[in-house]
Ligand binder design. Sequence first.
Ligand SMILES: [Zn+2]
Length: 159
Amino acid sequence: MNEKQQLRVRKIKEGTVIDHIPAGKALLVLKILNITGEEGVVIAVVMNVESRKLGKKDIVKIEGRFLRMEELNKISLIAPTATINIIKDFKVYSKQRVSIPEKIKGILKCSNPSCITNQDREPVESSFTIISKTPLKVKCDYCDQIMVQKDIVLQLTGI
Ligand SMILES: [Zn+2]
């Protein structure tokens, strides 16, 4: 980003900047985090800005919010190129890339209704193995049900 583009969004004092989101996916990231804008905190969404790495990218800045591992894992499924910057006192305190975990446990629901992970009584925690990262494709460890990117995005965001 050049200086002019950086000025478009003011710096946050404390919180999280999610950078290098694939262009057009910022709103999905907000959905994953259950952010509606009614929380009253400063949220900045910048979409389709130039990126040396990605061509175009989105950026989300959230004041006063730090992300849990489960949220990072969800973001990795939809925005695998994202970098997470923790901001403290207006400075980048730490920076990390999200990474798609080898096994996805507990955050996705198997789309096979008769899967053991969907039983009402004593359900087993869901567990999926990544078959392909781009496009995303996962397989249920219990019933071998395949879920693709579209199913996963719909489940995580309702979009
Ligand atoms: Zn299953």
